[in-house]
Write a protein that binds this ligand. Structure first.
Ligand code: NAD
Length: 468
């Protein structure tokens, strides 16, 4: 990376912070205006974004992009606009008796932190950049963004459009590779949001620690699906297939592995097979089905399947049109279900992030619960079933970032629910009022009454009977 790029980022941070400080107190209308412009940018260029994301992936359905990257983010911006007055209102807090009677007052004001850095990934490049940005703006901050190098056309377009819709001191985008990202994560921001892998998250945390920059880490992990005996296996199959196949499994919350009752494994697999074949009767020429983002990602998944085969797993490919994937360079891969997996397989050690689905079996649900608890705390956890006692057992005995019951992934699409991981799947969250607070400084303001409280409370020496 050229040294002048590092200097340009440092200069921009200084400039944004100076303008942010000078502008205080900024009227709420300025935040609303920025939110409005971010929404307008997305709406004005929705189709262009669809095309450019498809070009970056090799193929990615513009219709899917409209749902996952544009409409959802626009709606989230509108949700922020709707709640911003309430979120920003100072909150009265209680003071200990009898201070209230004496006229003491306490309140919390949610104030802008200053300049927030946003480091975003490629899998939902627009959503995972503009989603955090909406709440960074709602909280009254300025933003600097470093989008992913794996979707270079989309990243460039975001840069050009941000330059058109915002002044550089409101929001600026810096493009480039991992070296630029590493330098970006070393900047002394007032807050940094990173969305990406757990491995890179560790590096980001190390860099941020040097300046004690507060962090939101939106990471990945292996999100399990626990299928209870009482589940409707056919509906569950449809829902799991939809969540697994969207974006070709390149979703941080995609169902990573399936845990099913021993005696009903084939029924569960059949349900997913059937639903996948119905949604995607063919794959290679099917615009609805996304390509894997790069040759590296494609090769990694091929190796993962080969490793499982070598170690004894049964491989079930969902290839309803019997297409020959080996002679294509479209980086498309059919859903590949792995039966009979063991813990030494890569598919059970690494986050999958693609159309590969290992299936494990249990004799009793406790085994699945214990398994989840013995592994890294996942970003999402999914339970299917009508048995409320079993559902509560699963929910109360496990820990995960979030949960969807009787479906997968959906909790992230609820604007009012905080979204985030726990432990290796992340820290902090955005969405909901929690996201606004994440990017705000909760400033405590206590006002002392006229009366000498210190004397009344016996705090002032010389200490006498009042302190006994
Ligand atoms: P990644 O960690 O490889 O890269 C993410 C970003 O980090 C990129 O923009 C990259 O430029 C930057 N980066 C690379 N090296 C860096 C360094 N040394 N220091 C600082 N930044 C660096 O992740 P990815 O492959 O783009 O995305 C896939 C991963 O992201 C998966 O693990 C997935 O689960 C996770 N993810 C999480 C969420 C969530 O909201 N929790 C959402 C999407 C993806």
């Amino acid at each position: 990376m050229a040294g002048d790029q590092r200097t340009a980022m440092e200069d921009m941070l200084r400039k944004q912070r100076a303008v942010a400080t000078r502008s205080r107190p900024e009227d709420l209308s300025a935040r609303k205006d920025r939110l409005g412009r971010a929404i307008k940018l997305l709406k004005d260029h929705a189709d262009d974004f669809g095309k450019v994301m498809s070009a970056d992936f090799g193929n990615r359905s513009p219709k899917q992009s409209m749902i996952t990257d544009i409409t959802s983010t626009v709606n989230f911006g509108k949700y922020c606009l709707k709640h911003i007055d309430k979120w920003t209102r100072p909150e009265k807090r209680s003071v200990q008796f009898p201070l209230g009677l004496l006229g003491a007052k306490a309140e919390v004001r949610y104030e802008p932190k200053g300049v927030v850095g946003i480091l975003s990934p490629w899998n939902f490049p627009v959503n995972l950049t503009f989603g955090p940005l909406m709440q960074v703006f709602a909280a009254g901050n300025r933003a600097m963004i470093k989008p992913s190098e794996f979707t270079p056309k989309t990243s460039l377009m975001m840069k050009e459009l941000v330059e058109e819709y915002f002044s550089p001191d409101e929001c600026s985008v810096f493009t480039g590779g991992a070296d630029v990202a590493a330098a970006f994560s070393e900047l002394p921001f007032d807050h940094l949001v990173f969305t990406g892998s757990t491995a890179t998250g560790r590096k980001v945390m190390e860099s941020a620690a040097k300046n004690l920059v507060p962090l939101t880490l939106e990471l990945g992990g292996k999100s399990p699906v626990l299928l209870g005996e009482s589940a409707d296996f056919s509906t569950a199959g449809e829902r799991i297939a939809l969540g697994k196949m969207m974006n070709a499994g390149q979703i941080c919350l995609a169902p990573d592995y399936l845990y099913v009752p021993e005696s009903r494994q084939d029924e569960a697999i059949h349900g997913i097979w059937q639903a996948t074949a119905t949604m995607y009767p063919s794959l290679l020429e099917n615009e609805d089905y996304a390509s894997l983002v790069s040759d590296r990602h494609f090769d990694r998944l091929q190796e993962m399947v080969a490793d499982a085969r070598d170690k004894g797993a049964e491989i079930i490919e969902v290839n309803p049109a019997n297409e020959d994937f080996s002679s294509s360079n479209a980086r498309k891969m059919p859903l590949t279900i792995l039966k009979g997996v063991t813990e030494d397989m890569k598919a059970m050690k690494e986050e999958i992030f693609g159309p590969v689905l290992p299936v494990k079996t249990y004799a009793h649900i406790d085994e699945a619960i214990d398994y989840v608890n013995e592994h890294d705390r996942p970003l999402g956890l999914y339970y299917f079933g009508k048995d409320s006692t079993e559902r509560e057992q699963v929910l109360t005995r496990t820990i995960s970032g979030g949960v969807t019951v009787n479906d997968v992934v959906f909790h992230v699409s609820m604007d009012d629910l905080p979204f985030g991981g726990i432990g290796p799947s992340g820290m902090g969250s955005y969405h909901g009022v929690e996201g606004f607070r994440e990017f705000s400084h909760a400033r405590s303001i206590y006002t002392q009454p006229k009366i000498d409280v210190a004397k009344l409370g016996g705090l002032k020496p010389p200490y006498g009977s009042a302190t006994d």
